[in-house]
Structures are given as structure tokens and as C-alpha cells.
Design a protein around this ligand. Sequence first.
Ligand SMILES: *Cc1c(COP(=O)(O)O)cnc(C)c1O
Length: 392
Amino acid sequence: MSQRQSRRAASYADAEAVARALSPSYPVYLLRPHQLAANARAFLERFPGSVLYAVKCNPHPQVLRALYEAGIRHFDTASLPEIAQVSEAYPDAKTYFMHPVKGRAVIRTAYEVYGVRHFVIDHLNELEKVLEETRKGPRADLVFVVRLTTPPAAGTLYHLAAKFGCSESEAVELLQRAQAAGCQVGLAFHVGSQCRTPGAYGTALEICGRVAAAAKVKLACLDVGGGFPADYVEMVAPPLELYLEEVRRGLTANGFEGVDVFCEPGRALVASGCSLLIQVQLRKEDQLYVNDGIYGSLSEMVDAGIRLPVRLVRPDGPAPSPEEREFVVNGPTCDSLDVLPQRFRLPADLREGDWIEVDQVGAYSNALATNFNGFYPETFVTVEDAPLARSL
Ligand SMILES: *Cc1c(COP(=O)(O)O)cnc(C)c1O
């Protein structure tokens, strides 16, 4: 962790205050710890089990800190650096190794150095590998969480079950083998990111119910994964409560009372916790050239086709014209692909030097940014106002 990252970021009232104070010609992430805390509380108060934050979604130390301070103590991690980051910053937090494919040395270090006991698997060879690399300890405290594949749910942006997860019959065998080896067992799935159909969780829990009945094992845990959606333009998420109702109903209907339940939200916890302040470097008629793009913070606009709320930030200039127009937005790199798929609707008198606040970028933004062509967004400050998405 660099010194820059470990410092608490400077705090401002809002994007205007940041623009006035820093006059930044580089992109600036505007973190909203109060919003991250509110999102965390919504899950912690209402989810019927442990809430594991999916670290890959946004591993920035200030994001982890805001979630930790709001009460998140469990973390879904997928690599040794993620495990190390969380464990070293928060010794009382618990990390879970949720990647179904792990290097041998990585398993050993996670187990011996960081005390990880939950390992996700979706294949017999991975079960054997983890058993071999954790030979030093008692079997009874190892928990093998079997990742099941689930059918593609309508309206999800990524079908995460396409790459990982095993069939029902494979899951039955894995559960029985792991239990026969003296370990505890659980089941997990991921319905896909930005899942807009709450029923997908019910369908997946039915599959879990069939597998658990067929395997005749005692489940130590059941992990309903991530996938809970965030609000984007023309893609307002159904209320969280509908998802949680579906989870509660699915748990009861499939006989999982008394089993420890986990969820692994990423996007829904952090998307609204951060916006991005970018600057217009040049305007050519309806074309804007800005200082962040698809190789930086905004790759999800391409990969997931999401549209983000935007507004003009001009703290000291003339009042913006009431008339609006649509602009094509070009990113900073020399690659001609670096053009945002979404046109921005903004005041018609927009000009070089103006800033634009792009909201709802807390998820999969800085986590995916590259330094292609020397453009790397890495400045974080905190702001105290409400996210723009309220008005979607
Ligand atoms: C990415 C991921 C998550 C988080 O998914 P969201 O859609 O951001 O909620 C949770 N669990 C696993 C195993 C993941 O790979």
C-alpha cells in the first residue's frame, strides 16, 4: 500500500468545492464514506446472515475502511494480495477464499499465515489440492464451499456461472468427498452481476436444496453470492428488500433454517459510494475530449453497457445555459476505441476547463483502471453531499 493510499483523503463538501480547491486537470474520485456506510448498514441490518464484501469490486483502502467502520467484518477475497490487504489492515476481520482455482503456494500461505479456513471449490482436483496443502492442521475446521453453476438469469450483465461452478451431480460428489475427509461443507453460487430479477436467487436456492438433499450432508454454510444491483440511468434497481425476501423465502422453502447464510455483495455496497470528477480538455462542436475514459475508470460502460448520471461542475464561471445538448465523449488515450458508448447530456455552452461529475462509479472503476498511455486515475478525496443517482 503506498503512502498516498494509506493517508485519509482530504474532505470537501461537494464536487464544486473540490474543483475550486484543486482545479484538477486529472480525474479525481469523490468518495462518499457516509453513503458506503448507509449501504453497508442496509445489508447488515436486513440480510439474514453474514455480509461478506467482495473486495475485487473496489479494494481502495478508504472504501474498505468506510465499510469496516460501518460494521462489515467479513470479506470475500480471491487472491493472496486481497487477503493480505484486509488481514493486515483489520486483524479482527475474517477473509474467505472464494476463488475456485488457487495456486498451491497461495493456498498454503492463506491457510498458515492468514488463518483462512473457508475455501471455494468446483472440481475434485481442487479439493485434493487444498487438502494436500493444508495437511498441517485439523480437518474439522476446514470448510469446503462448493460453487454451483446456476442458469443464466434474465437481466444480469455478466453471467458469472459461465466460467466457474459445477453441476448438481458434481456438487453432490464434492460435498460427500469433503465430508468424508473430515471437513465441514457448504454451498455457494453467484447469479451474475447487476442481477435485476430477484427470482434468480430463489431458483438458485432450489438447486441448492436439491443438492443438499441428494448429498445427505450437514451444511455448515450457504452462500448466496453477490449480484445485487445498483441504480444506473434507465436501469433503476428493484429494491433490496425484494431480493432479501426472495432469499428468506428460498431458505425456508428448501429447508435451510439453522444453516449459516452468507452473501457477497460488491456492486450494491459500493457503486453509489463514489463519483468521478473529470475535466473537459477540448471541445470540438459536439465532441468533448476528457481526461478519463474506457481504459481508466469507465470500462464498465463498454463491458456492461451501463449509463451513468452526469452533471456540469463549474464552480466559478458564468451560470450554465439552460439549453442542453448531447455530446460525444472521447477518453484521453490515443486509441480511437477510447470513446464512451454513452453520450452525455449537458448544458450547450459547455467549454474547455469545465468539469463533469460522473456518478455511480464506485464499483469496478478504479479496480479495473489501467495506466495505458500514461493516464492513470489515482486521486481520491472524500465529499459529504448525496450521490446524484437519487434523482435518476
Ligand atoms: C465478483 C464477485 C462478487 C461480487 O459480485 P457483485 O455483482 O459485484 O455483487 C461476489 N462473489 C464472487 C464469487 C465474485 O466473483
